[in-house]
Design a protein around this ligand. Structure first.
Ligand SMILES: C[S@@+](CC[C@H](N)C(=O)[O-])C[C@H]1O[C@@H](n2cnc3c(N)ncnc32)[C@H](O)[C@@H]1O
Length: 297
């Protein structure tokens, strides 16, 4: 099997580094370490007086990120920056940092290839695994608990709200009839039998996405981060966010626009940046990435 690090390619890497504009003695926070691809880029641009703080609520991801960053620290020796890793949700950032204490904040939302490719994590309808989908495997309900225990009405609302699935009621009815749902492939089959085939995506895509977003409180996490960011950044500090879904990107877009109106943000990306054909070819996951960046005024 390929090493996870080798499989994972950080999206829009050069663009992220360009917008973060890392100062060697600065303090940077990577809110979504994943396999530490972007974090490695930051660490290599920092000097011995610089600092990287990384968050990931997935204990497996945190461990792999730690191994990778330890190797780089060893390689850099006395020139290595200080590195602190935190195995919690990034929404607690406001509790962990003083106001105006950070030079740059990066958040690359969504699921990592480590999570998606691992059948036992239950994120993918293409692999057979338990219906889990939790990033933080230590707590919270699994997607299996949600599909087996929620009322049909609540399930339909959730699939509509987070999956933008127009046939959410039909899907919810099929799921309730198909209970108990014990595997991702069973769930995918149930959903596929309830909605007509689609041209470009698997019919279960939206339902899986909705469950994942709900289980991980993904949109709430993004809102909390964007609300705290202007307070935490120093003047001229940079914020870089990458979303993979229109619901996420809308939150980022609205938050930056409102902040710009209030004179808090200088938005650096009038339109979101996307990957070019070459990057999409190399890394299909980058196809839906949207990068937005802003500078604290
Ligand atoms: C798309 S990956 C990040 C990839 C990373 N930029 C890299 O270069 O390897 C997203 C990671 O963020 C983590 N994550 C997502 N939402 C989070 C949250 N609210 N709090 C902490 N970690 C989160 C996930 O567990 C996952 O490992």
């Amino acid at each position: 099997m390929t090493e996870p690090q080798a499989r994972h390619v950080p999206v829009l890497f050069q663009e992220v580094m360009g917008f973060l504009n890392v100062r060697p003695d600065g303090r940077y926070v990577d809110c979504t370490l994943g396999l530490a691809g972007h974090a490695e880029g930051i660490v290599r641009r920092l000097g011995p007086r610089g600092q990287l703080i990384g968050f990931d609520r997935d204990p497996e991801a945190l461990e792999l990120a730690r191994e990778r960053l330890d190797r780089i620290t060893a390689e850099l020796g006395s020139q290595a920056p200080q590195i602190t890793l935190i195995g919690e949700a990034f929404s607690r950032i406001a509790e962990d940092f003083e106001p105006a204490s950070i030079d740059g904040l990066l958040a690359d939302f969504g699921v990592s290839s480590l999570q998606f490719d691992e059948a036992r994590r239950g994120f993918s309808f293409q692999a057979d695994g338990p219906v889990d989908m939790r990033m933080d495997t230590r707590s919270g309900p699994t997607a299996g608990q949600v599909v087996n225990e929620m009322s049909e009405r609540e399930l339909a609302n959730l699939i509509y709200e987070y999956g933008e699935e127009r046939r959410s009621r039909t899907v919810a009815r099929a799921i309730v009839r198909g209970r108990p749902v014990t595997s991702t492939s069973q769930l995918a089959r149930i959903v596929a039998s309830a909605v007509p085939p689609m041209k470009h995506i698997h019919p279960a895509t939206r339902t899986f996405q909705a469950l994942r977003m709900y289980v991980n409180r993904e949109l709430e996490e993004i809102r909390d981060l964007l609300e705290a960011a202007p307070r935490l950044l120093k003047p001229s500090g940079r914020l870089v966010v990458i979303s993979f879904h229109s619901l996420e990107d809308r939150i980022a877009k609205d938050s930056l626009r409102d902040g710009a109106r209030q004179g808090i943000w200088n938005v650096l990306t009038k339109k979101p940046l996307t990957a070019d054909e070459e990057e999409i070819e190399r890394n299909p996951r980058s196809r839906s990435a949207r990068l937005r960046a802003a500078e604290k005024t």
